[in-house]
Design a protein around this ligand. Sequence first.
Ligand code: ADP
Length: 283
Amino acid sequence: MSEAAFASKEEVSVSETTSENTVEQPQHSVIGEGKFSARDVHVFYGDNEAIKGVDLEVESHKVTALIGPSGCGKSTFLRCLNRMNDTIDGCRVTGDILLDGDNIYDPKVDVVQLRARVGMVFQKPNPFPKSIFENVVYGPKIHGLATRQDELEHVAEVSLKRAGLWDEVSDRLDTPGTSLSGGQQQRLCIARAIAVSPEVILMDEPCSALDPIATARIEELIDELREKFSIVIVTHSMQQAARVSQKTAFFHLGELVEKGETEQIFTNPREDRTRDYITGRFG
Ligand code: ADP
């Protein structure tokens, strides 16, 4: 995507209050140029403004890395993209976040459906206390995407293959997901996320609990997955961002300081704060 597609755009908004958070609703639905289009997003935890007016486009079939020092708001922003912040007491989001042009904070949006379209993989692998098979088919079952046993078996096989885990587990699908190694558990969680055919996968430091070999495997997988999905990844590792992403957004103190092609951010940043961070002067 060109840098222009990352640029902010003006939008008129009116405010609407829900029990959990206050959101700004667009008066006009504007088709974003990216998969996601975030406009003037602010996030507050009580009085603490953790995200301060962020504009960001997320392009389809690319990996977008969110980088920056700890506490700068990367995870908070990521959680805005599938409304996971709704579950945090006292968290308030304002601004517009459009997914394929529709505001995901519109009160009419079914949050369960949204989270099926925008899946999430967390820092620590968190398989359900169920078999490998049941972990993968859980989503398709509750969303009614597959019901017959042969359909469930098909979705389990396809998802596990896509997550690069099938060959390691195909002969033990009935064993607990928790019996796998950390790296395998994380790939199981990725299989679980993709089993409901999401459009976007959010990853919050997905390798931080893994050893270097398991990390390399997940990084390869991320590159394969972008053929089918759009991916947004939070990482504290600049090397990882450089390896896996095509787009990078650098956050600092709740602001989005710079965004662009990953190669440009790492070789020729425009902002001093970005240069200082990537050269290790702070962080
Ligand atoms: P990062 O992912 O870059 O480390 P976070 O998004 O976790 O940053 O945090 C950004 C800011 O928001 C920090 O000041 C942090 O203390 C605050 N914060 C994050 N989560 C919560 C929460 N659940 N409740 C209150 N404050 C939070």
